[in-house]
Design a binder for this molecule. Structure first.
Ligand SMILES: O=C(O)CCC(=O)C(=O)O
Length: 182
């Protein structure tokens, strides 16, 4: 896991956040999941982009892609150059306040290869990851506070989550660039 605190400048983070909130190209939606037969509303909103013709299917839902709008294509190009791996899919998460979160999970479905590059915009939120080796007796959890403009590169096969908080925090948007096996 590698944290780069100021991957993008505050002013660029603001421009990107405004675009993500206002562009008609970004279709935010709150998904429903079925858990033990019950319909549950996800405690966040999502949007997604990727190379035309892909479909990231997880939690039994399809996420088809139709290409990259300009500001996101630029960011993907920079990440590919600096991290040295391809990214063909982007999942965005929007947390309205501290009550919204992401539970513990792994991103190993649908052939997600290599590392995930995760850019944070807006409120500081705590991310936790379980770095324990498979079958280890000792649980090795690490937490990191993700601030505006920071980039976290991590292995999506390791369990991770975004904590809820009772602190009065504002909105946060998270961009997770991924490489799906074709
Ligand atoms: O919002 C975050 O930083 C976590 C996102 C995440 O866990 C995911 O997209 O898989």
């Amino acid at each position: 896991m590698n944290l780069i605190p100021n991957f993008i400048a505050e002013s660029d983070a603001q421009v990107l956040e405004n675009w993500l909130l206002n562009s008609t190209k970004v279709e935010w939606q709150q998904e429903h999941f079925k858990i033990y037969g019950r319909e549950v509303l996800a405690p966040r909103e999502i949007a997604w982009f990727g190379d035309a013709g892909l479909n990231y299917r997880y939690t039994q839902l399809d996420h088809p892609t139709h290409g990259w709008p300009e500001p996101l294509a630029q960011l993907r190009d920079r990440l590919q150059m600096e991290i040295g791996q391809p990214f063909n899919f982007l999942l965005l998460n929007k947390y309205a306040d501290g009550s919204q979160y992401m539970g513990w999970h792994r991103d190993d479905e649908a052939g997600c290869l290599g590392d995930i590059a995760s850019l944070s915009l807006g409120a500081v939120r705590r991310f936790a990851i379980d770095l324990s080796a498979d079958y280890a007796e000792q649980v090795l959890r690490e937490s990191v506070d993700l601030a505006n403009g920071s980039l976290l590169v991590f292995d999506g096969r390791q369990r991770h989550c975004l904590r809820a908080t009772k602190r009065p925090v504002g909105m946060r948007i998270n961009l997770t660039f991924r490489n799906l096996a074709l």
